[in-house]
Design a protein around this ligand. Structure first.
Ligand code: PLP
Length: 381
C-alpha cells in the first residue's frame, strides 16, 4: 500500500514559507529593465522606487494620507525600526502566538526594556484581543507564519484608540484584507505573498504614527538605518523612494514584476482568492481524516497562507522525527520542498498557500502527504 505512489505530481513543488514561490508566469528575462550599475538616486532609479511605492499603495488600497517607505533589513528591519523609534512614551502590550511574535516580545522586554504587558498564546491558539488595552501601544503579528494562526479581522481594534498598533503583516499582506484604519504601522517584506526577493522591508505609517515620530524622541541611541526624522520632522523623502541607504535595484525590479503580475490577476481580490483557494484545497483534504489536523484550533483564525498541519495518529512514536521524515520523503520525491514545520514550532508540515502558489499544485501535493505518512508509518514498524 505504502509503495503506491500518486500518479500526478505538483508542477511546482515550491511550498516554502519564505522566500516563497515566484508567480507562475515568472521569467528572469522580465528583469531586463533593471537599471543595473546605475545610482538609485538617478532619476531612473528613483522612478522605479517611487513606482514600487505607489503600485503597492494602489494594490493594497493604502489610504492616500498613509506613508509607505522602502527600508533596509526586510520585514525585521521595518518592525524594529518602528519599535525603536516609536515605543516608550506609553505602556506597551506585546501579543504573540508563535515564534516571530515572540521575537518582538524579546525586543520589547529584553532589549528595549519597556513597560510591557505580554500576552502569549500557545501554538494553534491566539490571544484574546478583547482583553487588550488599545490605549497602550500594541505590537502583534497579523498572520503567525510558524503556527498558521491569524487575526480574523480588525473588529476588536477600536477606531478611537489612543495607542498605536504596530502590525507585522509580512505573511498576510497581499493575501488577506488589512483594515488600514485599525493599523498605524504595518510592515512586510517582498519575499512572501508576492514571491519577491528578500532584503528590503516595507514600512506603512498612518498619520498618527507620523505624529508619534514627530512628537516623541526616545531616550536611546538610534543607528542611521532606524532614523525616520530629522530635527523633529519626518524625513519625507524616505516615503518617496529616497531610501536611507542603497537598495538592490535588481530586487526592486523583481518586486515591480511581482506587482504587475498581481495587477494582471485582478489585484488584491485576485490575490486573496488564490490564497483562499489554496488553503481550502488543504483543508478539504484533511477534513474527516483522523491522522492529520490543522494546527490552528479555531477555523476563524486559520491562516490562508502558512497552513500548518500536525500528525494526530496515536501510532506515531516520535512526533518530531516522524514529521521530519515525512517532509524528507516529500522533498526526495520532488513534490514538496521546504514543507517541514518551522524549527521552533510543534512538529508537522507547513504548506505555503500564498497567492503565487497554484491550487492545482496544492491539490496534487495532498495525496503525496498521505503516501508519505503511510510510508513513514510502515517504516517505523
Ligand atoms: C511573521 C513574520 N515576521 C517576520 C519575519 C522575518 O522576515 P524577514 O526575514 O523578511 O525579515 C517573517 C519571516 O518569515 C515572518 O513570517
Amino acid at each position: 500500500m505504502s509503495d503506491l505512489k500518486p500518479a500526478a505530481r505538483p508542477a511546482n513543488p515550491r511550498f516554502s514559507s519564505g522566500p516563497c514561490a515566484k508567480n507562475p508566469t515568472y521569467n528572469l528575462n522580465q528583469l531586463a529593465d533593471a537599471p543595473l550599475g546605475r545610482s538609485h538616486r538617478a532619476s531612473v532609479g528613483k522612478a522605479k522606487l517611487a513606482r514600487a511605492i505607489e503600485q503597492t499603495r494602489s494594490i493594497l488600497g493604502v489610504p492616500a494620507d498613509y506613508r509607505i517607505g522602502i527600508v533596509p533589513a526586510s520585514d525585521t528591519g521595518a518592525v524594529e525600526m518602528a519599535m525603536w523609534t516609536m515605543l516608550g512614551c506609553r505602556p506597551v502590550e506585546m501579543l504573540a502566538w508563535e515564534s516571530f511574535g515572540e521575537g518582538w516580545v524579546t525586543d520589547a522586554v529584553k532589549q528595549l526594556k519597556l513597560d510591557a504587558t505580554v500576552r502569549v498564546a500557545d501554538y494553534g491558539q491566539i490571544v484574546d484581543f478583547a482583553e487588550v488595552d488599545f490605549d497602550r501601544d500594541v505590537v502583534f503579528t497579523w498572520n503567525g507564519t510558524t503556527s498558521g494562526v491569524r487575526v480574523p479581522s480588525g473588529d476588536a481594534i477600536p477606531a478611537d484608540r489612543d495607542g498605536l498598533t504596530i502590525c507585522d503583516a509580512t505573511s498576510a499582506a497581499f493575501a488577506m484584507d488589512l483594515p488600514w484604519d485599525k493599523l498605524d504601522v504595518t510592515t512586510f517584506s517582498w519575499q512572501k505573498v508576492l514571491g519577491g526577493e528578500a532584503a528590503h522591508g516595507m514600512l506603512i505609517l498612518s498619520p498618527r504614527a507620523v505624529a508619534r515620530l514627530e512628537s516623541f524622541t526616545p531616550d536611546r541611541p538610534l543607528p542611521k538605518i532606524f532614523r525616520l526624522t530629522k530635527g523633529g520632522k519626518l524625513i519625507e523623502g524616505i516615503f518617496k523612494g529616497e531610501t536611507i541607504n542603497t537598495p538592490s535595484m535588481l530586487a526592486v525590479e523583481d518586486y515591480l514584476v511581482a506587482l504587475d503580475w498581481a495587477e494582471s490577476i485582478g489585484g488584491l481580490e485576485g490575490l486573496i482568492a488564490r490564497a483562499d483557494a489554496n488553503a481550502a484545497a488543504v483543508r478539504d483534504f484533511i477534513a474527516g481524516k483522523d491522522w492529520i489536523a490543522d494546527l490552528a484550533e479555531d477555523p476563524a483564525t486559520a491562516s490562508t497562507t502558512s497552513v500548518c498541519l500536525r500528525f494526530t495518529d496515536p501510532a506515531i512514536k516520535d512526533g518530531a522525527a516522524f514529521a521530519k521524515a515525512v517532509a524528507k520523503r516529500l522533498e526526495a520525491e520532488g513534490v514538496a520542498l521546504d514543507a517541514g514545520s518551522y524549527r521552533d514550532a510543534p512538529p508537522g508540515l507547513r504548506i505555503w498557500c500564498g497567492s503565487t502558489v497554484e491550487s492545482t499544485d496544492v491539490a496534487a501535493l495532498m495525496p503525496w502527504i498521505e503516501w508519505a505518512y503511510r510510508a513513514e508509518l510502515a517504516a517505523q514498524e
